[in-house]
Design a protein around this ligand. Structure first.
Ligand code: BES
Ligand code: ZN
Length: 654
């Protein structure tokens, strides 16, 4: 991998398409063999020229993707693979650093290999030890988004090294919060977010989803705080500032997570509970009380839950995602505590990852859709089972509308499930494609082979690849040996490959329709035609999804009078539902509806979940007065935003 990135030819301007055939590890008819890109040209030197007419490709080309190669890690697991890590870290709130050691135990696959290459970002490496002796190491030059390789010379007989290190206060995978940024206001808070390539900013390790480790950890914190991890957590642990954890199942590095704060625990069911700051604990436990039912129902369809307990951790509002599926302990934004369970699909989603993602894991970030598409499909199924078909259909329609918006706005290459991420920061490529397009593909397979057969297939798939990291090609191979044999008359491999390797959408999609939304459509039309004013729309029985559908499908341009009519009738500016508020504020920015702007400023400063703030900053950046407002809000909010949210939005205000 070092080789790959050091061989970047910087002078290329134009990129031609090169079709390489005859490569042993890729099927010839694989449509992803066509690699076209508008990203920075990256070329790996190899025998490629020997197979291609170089005369036509002098100005540059991009080579075929090597299936299974992790282009986002410097590590060398094919030679020396870390399989267990032991952490001992002190949490220093004053200096905003973690400091301590990680011991990495490894297996040499290549017996002649004498170096271990780890990923790091912004770490200070104090020393590397093995068998009580210092060993030599080199911290390589830092790449702009991959970090720096830590190259360690291994003593001949050794099978472990210990790295003594300190993180940076600006570690991309950590957020340090002051007491004022928490609900309680008295204690600081720390949390990590490792996916996709941020674990390396708080642990030097082989930061690739194809390297799985078991781990143990000791976290040392101020006495009055509680530390939790994506591992065994003891709900009854004494508050003494020393917390021990064990993760006996092998996990990829992006699932290693920790948080420290004024945390309490409340049980929700036998295997489920919630950790949060005291002020939110009861509300969270009530909002998410169906978690145990979701767990039980998912097990019924897809096989036993393999991770012992399933708890939730409610983060402060700066958490940059909706949720993160850290094993045994999903991290959850507080912005989904709506009071009416309207946004709990997020919990179904993070829970479902316990099967798709945590048990069967994407081998590279190109294969992310194996995690997110399968999980989104399972989420819909769980929501239908627990909350009924009407709710499921509404969520499916809203999900498809999100997908349509991305299909409209993204480059064709970025609409591909098995996306080419070479030379790109995975953070910059986040979209609905792996989620909703992936889920739609699986729904089509379900439609074709029947629900019971497809459930059985998925159950077997999770069993077959349990605790392994797999590529898109492995999934296709597996289908070709199973589903495509059993249902040869109902499935078409060419169409399946179009789903996976082409941009856009195929025709005859398995779309849902919602009767509850049909009502909303007719109300919206009447209002837009001026037949009724807002107060005359019968909305008493509307649920959150219907409001979202109403708002999201209004024309982009509305008059200030129209917005005022809606706001007077429904008080949308003051909606307590963060998703409704988001849609409303977006529309208010677009049409510069001034009465909503104070709420917008408050919203941008109090919420750091990127999905909720980024569209607002983007919209604000389109006009001069919008940009002024956006910049003022961003400057005020910045110190409380997570590094990812800062990075994703600063371009809109500068
Ligand atoms: N694993 C993702 C979050 C993620 C993906 C972080 C890729 C970094 C890189 C998590 O499970 C997720 O999908 N969260 C969504 C939830 C939603 C789709 C229900 C989110 O945060 O919005
Ligand atoms: Zn997910």
């Amino acid at each position: 991998m070092r080789h790959f990135f050091s061989s970047v030819l910087s002078s290329f301007v134009i990129i031609l398409i090169v079709l390489v055939s005859g490569c042993a590890d890729q099927p010839k008819d694989n449509s992803n063999a066509i690699v076209e890109s508008n990203s920075s040209p990256v070329v790996e030197s190899s025998a490629i020229g020997a197979q291609t007419d170089m005369a036509t490709t002098e100005v540059g080309f991009k080579e075929e993707i090597k299936v299974g190669k992790d282009y986002h890690s410097f590590a060398n697991p094919e030679q020396v693979e870390v399989d267990h890590i032991s952490l001992d870290l002190s949490v220093d709130f004053e200096n905003r650093v973690l400091t301590g050691s990680v011991k990495l135990a490894f297996t040499r696959h290549d017996l002649s290999a004498n170096r271990l290459v780890l990923d790091t970002r912004d770490l200070v490496i104090h020393s590397v030890m093995s068998g009580g002796q210092k060993v030599a190491f080199t911290l390589k030059e830092q790449d702009s988004f991959l970090g720096a390789a830590l190259d360690i010379e291994l003593p001949e007989e050794s099978d472990e090294v210990t790295v003594n290190y300190t993180t940076s206060p600006s570690a991309s995978g950590l957020q340090w919060l002051t007491p004022a940024q928490t609900a309680g206001g008295e204690q600081p808070f720390l949390f990590s977010q490792a996916q996709a390539i941020h674990a390396r900013s708080f642990i030097p390790l082989q930061d690739s989803p194809q390297v799985r480790v078991t781990y143990e950890a000791v976290l040392r914190t101020p006495k009055e705080l509680l530390a939790v991890m994506s591992a065994s957590n003891d709900p009854d642990t004494e508050l003494d500032g020393v917390y021990e954890f064990e993760m006996p199942q092998p996990v990829p590095s992006y699932l290693i997570a920790l948080a420290v704060g004024d945390l309490r625990f409340k049980a929700m069911g036998e295997r489920t509970g919630v950790y949060s700051e005291p002020a939110l604990l009861d509300a969270a436990a009530a909002e998410f009380e169906d978690t145990e039912a979701m767990l039980i129902e998912t097990e019924k369809r897809y096989g036993p839950y393999g991770w012992d307990r399933y708890d939730l951790l409610i983060l402060p509002p700066s958490f940059p995602f909706g949720g993160m599926e850290n094993p045994r302990l999903s991290f959850i934004t507080p912005t989904v505590i709506a009071g009416d369970k309207s946004l709990v699909a997020l919990i179904a989603h993070e829970l479902a990852h316990s099967w798709s993602g945590n048990t069967v894991t994407n081998a590279t970030w190109r294969d992310l859709w194996l995690n997110e598409g399968f999980t989104t499909y399972l989420t819909y199924r769980i929501m239908e089972i627990v909350y009924g078909t009407d709710r499921y259909k509404m969520e499916a329609v809203l999900g498809f509308e999100d997908l349509e918006a991305d299909i409209e706005s993204l480059e064709l290459d970025d609409q591909i499930l098995a996306i080419d991420l070479r030379g790109r920061d995975p953070d910059d490529v986040f979209s609905n494609i792996p989620y909703e397009k992936g889920a739609l593909f699986l729904r089509e397979l379900e439609r074709n082979v029947g629900r019971a057969n497809f459930d059985a297939f998925l159950t077997e798939y999770f069993k077959e690849f349990a605790f392994q990291s797999i590529t898109t090609d492995q999934f296709i191979d597996y289908m070709q040996k199973t589903l495509l044999v059993d249902h040869a008359d109902k499935l078409d491999i060419a169409r399946i490959k179009r789903w996976i390797f082409e941009g856009g959408l195929v025709d005859d999609l398995p779309l849902e329709e919602s009767n509850a939304f049909a009502l909303v459509d007719s109300a919206r039309s009447k209002w837009l035609a001026g037949e009724v004013n807002a107060a005359q729309i019968e909305t008493k029985a509307w649920v959150v999804h219907q409001w979202l559908y109403f708002l999201n499908n209004l024309p982009e341009q509305l008059s200030v009078d129209q917005l005022a009519d809606l706001d007077t009738a429904f008080d949308l500016t003051n909606s307590k539902n963060n998703e409704i508020a988001h849609s409303w504020l977006l529309m208010s920015v677009r049409n510069w509806y001034e009465p909503a702007l104070p709420r917008l400023r408050e919203y941008l400063v109090s919420i750091g979940r990127n999905k909720l703030v980024k569209p607002l900053y983007r919209e604000l950046s389109k006009t001069k007065k919008g940009k002024t407002l956006g910049k003022a809000a961003f400057d005020k909010a910045k110190s409380g935003y997570h590094p990812l949210t800062v990075k994703a939005n600063e371009g809109f205000v500068n």
